[in-house]
Design a binder for this molecule. Structure first.
Ligand code: ADP
Ligand code: MG
Length: 725
């Protein structure tokens, strides 16, 4: 998570839930204030989740001090422990804000009714004005409704922050001061209701994140000291044996110890087909045990489950601002003061110099102030980001920030790693060809002895083949092992230098290399064993393309991706055969890891933004340079979750076209919303001095209408299922 200031080593972070921090400008005000406190190193937060994370130097600032500082701005901050979730907000419609809005609206209605019925007795006369009975109700309506804004408005004024609370305070009190009681009451009650509607839509976005947490059950059945007991899920500790009947959800991540069952992992990976799980397999919190009885040993406490981490990443995703969002915040910083100045000019110029009627122009000025409220602009993007990111999470895709959601929607090229991404990543040795001296068994035995020290899937395949053929020999001495990253490995075997790896690592062009090329038919990978400059054997390995690979590639193309490239360190023949069967546009083979990085850069220069898809384990550098780095199979691999910008929780390639369509829509929604809000406000702002826009129109259309339209539009993203996005 990006923090506003450089974070030093001794920093610790404290988390709070801040009930009233429901608008990005409130967050900015709090951030600005906290950063001035000595010892506060950074502050980030989410107006949608209403959480605040503050990095502090514990020697100088305590959590309690932070809480007090936030309190000085009029917000109530409640500390959150790690892993603890913010309390669900009570229904907005019953809260104090709502009661104020209802009361204000009710008083306004009474005033209107009295007027309509002609019940307008004069209560008392002042030299400049007579006060009628309905006026008392209007005044009360304005002051009661205004109470939602006054306290915060005063604090904003003191902090020199021209936010909407300040603008509303000025507008309401100004209208009262010049005796425009109907206007004052209308602004007060309409804005109170607009605020409620806005909180409601933001809450909807938050509720979708909370629903994700509720996927994990609250109780767990475990075996302790031979006895079956039921405990709250958060009390499950590492090592507990969890018991699961068919239909039950897993309370924590773990490894199957006993039993066999199909487990529905759709909540985590988005894969709709249940996966067979037997002893030794990893299972995740929130997934459903479908068919059999399982005993699962917890490998992590529930608070640290994959699901819990996903939820935390989503909350942080909001703090990562997209370029559009940063643009809007910068825009609002100039726009609001500019319109405020314009409002003051409108109020004064005509009455002072052109003989205009003061109260007419004052109301026009107030109308501009209403339009100056930037909330519709700044709230729509976070709502879109939260809705989009949450919808993706429900479909097995974890997007780690608003900027990646937006960037993904503008991708032109998708580059995919071959091994483990387009193929299953479990190669098998299908043929051994000694070149003369050695038996097949001896060749395998030597290769396996070296490969036992390396992590590569090919190494694993050679070791497995040797084991199956009874050729695994532990008594061989392997010294000076070194991995040739992306091409092979070398070591001293029983004192003699040996190399295992791709043909180009072993020999230059020539008949021996040609032999390797001949073996690479039908997409087989060929690696060799050499010693003292002489090739001793070639091994042919087969790795199956993933079932969904071809379909995913054509769906990506249909969704609008112009160029799909396969990258691999494998040789050209092998890569071409696989590339052709999957249907990619281009194959780049024989790449060393650093060449993959250069290739990504070149693709980006030639075609535009590139998404790189890999397993996140040995292609980290390529994922890092791509515009968006996407890792697969992240549910089981912490490394993949960390390195990638976006993670596919399972190995399902069909998530890719889904992700692209969702991001593309999100990008359109975000940009469309901002365009619409700016346009509507600009048109209204021009109409105000011409007397074409009434105050009520400005409130209903220019603020409430725009806010609602953009947030509802943004919420639509959350509703998109896997199919439609
Ligand atoms: P990919 O790009 O397909 O993920 P890598 O970059 O990991 O592949 O490796 C590229 C090639 O280098 C492999 O196809 C293989 O020929 C060779 N190679 C890499 N590591 C090893 C190893 N440990 N043993 C044998 N060959 C290897
Ligand atoms: Mg790889």
């Amino acid at each position: 998570m990006a923090l506003a200031t450089e974070v030093t080593q001794e920093a610790t972070s404290v988390r709070f839930h801040v009930a009233d921090m429901d608008c990005p400008s409130c967050l900015r005000k709090i951030q600005g204030h906290l950063l001035k406190v000595d010892g506060v190193l950074g502050a980030e937060g989410s107006p949608v989740a209403r959480t605040l994370t503050v990095a502090v130097d514990p020697a100088r600032v305590t959590a309690e001090r932070v809480r007090q500082e936030v309190g000085r701005l009029g917000y109530v901050a409640r500390p959150l422990d790690a892993g603890h979730r913010p309390p669900s907000a009570p229904s907005i419609w019953g809260g104090s804000q709502a009661r104020i809005a209802y009361a204000s609206a009710g008083l306004f209605a009474v005033a209107m009714l009295l007027r309509a019925l002609g019940v307008v007795p004069v209560l008392f006369s002042l030299p400049f004005r007579t006060l009628l009975l309905p006026d008392v109700f209007l005044l009360s309506s304005a002051l009661v409704g205004g109470w939602n804004f006054f306290p915060k408005g005063v604090r904003s004024a003191r902090a020199l922050a021209l936010d909407m609370n300040f603008l509303m305070t000025i507008a309401i009190l100004g209208a009262v001061a010049i005796g425009e009681l109907t206007e004052a009451a209308a602004i007060a009650f309409l804005f109170s209701i607009a605020e409620l509607l806005e909180s409601y839509s933001v809450d909807r976005a938050r509720a979708s994140v909370e629903a994700l947490m509720d996927l994990a059950p609250s109780r767990a059945r475990i075996l302790r000291e031979g006895e079956e007991i039921t405990i709250p899920a958060e009390e499950v500790v590492t090592g507990d044996l969890m018991l699961l009947r068919p239909g039950e959800r897993l309370p924590a991540d773990g490894v199957v110890e006993e039993g066999a069952s199909a487990v529905d992992q759709s909540t985590i990976t988005g894969e709709s087909i249940p996966v067979d799980k037997t002893p030794g397999d990893t299972v995740f919190s929130g997934t459903i045990n479908r068919s059999g009885f399982l005993r699962v040993r917890a490998t992590r406490p529930a608070s640290d489950s994959a699901l819990a981490r996903i939820v935390r990443l989503i909350e942080d995703a909001e703090a990562d601002k997209s370029p559009t969002e940063r643009f809007v915040e910068r825009f609002a910083r100039y726009y609001t003061p500019a319109v405020t100045v314009a409002a003051v000019l409108v109020m004064t110029i005509s009455p002072l110099f052109l003989g205009g009627d003061f109260s007419v122009w004052f109301v026009r000025g107030l109308t501009l102030l209403v339009i100056a409220c930037p909330c519709a602009l700044v709230i729509s993007t976070p709502v879109a980001v939260v809705s989009g990111v949450t919808a993706a999470a429900r479909n097995g895709v974890l997007i780690k920030g608003g900027s990646y959601l937006e960037a993904m929607g503008g991708i032109k090229v998708v580059a995919m790693d071959k091994t483990g991404t387009l193929t299953m990543g479990h190669p098998r040795v299908v043929a051994v060809h000694p070149t003369g001296k050695l038996t097949e068994r001896e060749a395998l035995s030597r290769a396996a002895a070296i490969e036992a020290h390396s992590e590569h899937p090919i190494a694993k395949a050679l070791v497995d083949a040797a084991r199956e053929g009874g050729a695994l020999d532990d008594s061989r001495s392997v010294t000076d092992f070194s991995a040739e990253f992306g091409s092979g490995a070398r070591a001293r075997l029983d004192g003699v230098e040996h190399v295992v790896g791709k043909p180009s690592l072993l020999v230059g062009a020539g008949p021996e290399r040609d032999r390797a090329g001949e073996l690479a038919v039908g997409g087989r990978t060929v690696v060799g064993l050499a010693s003292e400059g002489e090739v001793l054997a070639w091994f042919a390995l087969a790795d199956e393309p993933r079932e969904a690979a071809a379909a995913a590639v054509s769906a990506l193309r249909a969704a609008g991706i112009r160029h799909i490239v396969m990258l691999t360190g494998d040789n050209q023949e092998t890569a071409d055969a696989i590339g052709e069967s999957i249907g990619v546009d281009e194959v780049r083979a024989g790449l060393l890891p650093e060449e993959k990085v250069a290739t990504i850069r070149a693709l980006e220069a030639e075609h535009g933004p590139v998404a790189m898809v890999g397993d996140g384990v040995n292609d980290g550098p390529a994922l890092a340079v791509a515009t968006v780095g996407i890792a697969m199979g992240a549910a089981g691999s912490d490394a993949a979750l960390e390195t990638a910008d976006i993670a596919l929780m399972g190995d399902d390639l069909t998530r890719l076209p889904y992700l692209y369509r969702l991001s593309h829509r999100a990008r359109n929604v975000i940009r469309g919303n901002i365009g619409m809000a700016i346009l509507v406000k600009a048109v209204l702002a021009v109409g105000v001095p011409l007397g074409m826009v009434s105050l009520v129109t400005a409130v209903v259309v220019g603020d409430m209408g725009v806010s609602l339209a953009v947030t509802l539009n943004a919420l639509r993203l959350g509703r998109a299922g896997a199919g439609e996005a």
